[in-house]
Write a protein that binds this ligand. Sequence first.
Ligand code: 1GP
Length: 246
Amino acid sequence: MIFGDLIKQIKKNKVHMTLIDPASQSPKKTAEIARSADEAGTDYLMVGGSTDIDRRTLDESISFIREVTDKKIIIFPGSDSMVSERADAIYFMSLLNSTSLEFVIGHQSRASQFIKATGLESISMGYIIVEPGMTAGKTGHADLIRRGDNKRALSYALAAELFGMKLVYLEAGSGAPEHVPLEMISFVKSKLGIPLIVGGGIRTPESAKQVALSGADIVVTGTVAEKTENVRGSLEPIIKSIKSVQ
Ligand code: 1GP
């Protein structure tokens, strides 16, 4: 099971995940990025994002990825159409600070029967969007957590834990000029009993290291691999710096 393996890994090391948005390029190009991310040493591939894509494109992207790497694939869905039994697992995520019930429970309820019927592993996750939030914040109608409001971030994170969710994701938004503030990460981590994922706006080895040092168990990068000709060369130093943190 993906989640069991992930927990074992988190106990030993910081984990890096590469997010690839299949809406941003062809399935073939998506697979090329995945292969280079694998070569660079990423631990898992997250496939998805806030831009809605149809099931066929997602299926095809995952199949192409499978041809070039053995890395495990976790769907990071933006809507109920982003489900595929070809993946290894799916984040069954709820955007806790959305003002729209659609993103808290609507898409999830519509996807639940498919997920149950296919036996796709689901990993429940509380998703919390912090300023600036970017497209994810807008699309998800997030009532963004202000950058200094550590207490509100913690309240949502603890609510996720008390609901029995397995992970909390603090998201600044893909392509954010600044990642989630380090003080917020350490404040949330100090009181949270479940693993913490942080992503959005992490572009350099130094910032990736700081995010991990502050308490992120899993660091996600996306844009840095999608916006370069040299995916391996860009990702390798970031992953090394995350892995250097104990
Ligand atoms: C978005 O956190 C991820 O959901 C990745 O963000 O594209 O800024 O790396 P970036």
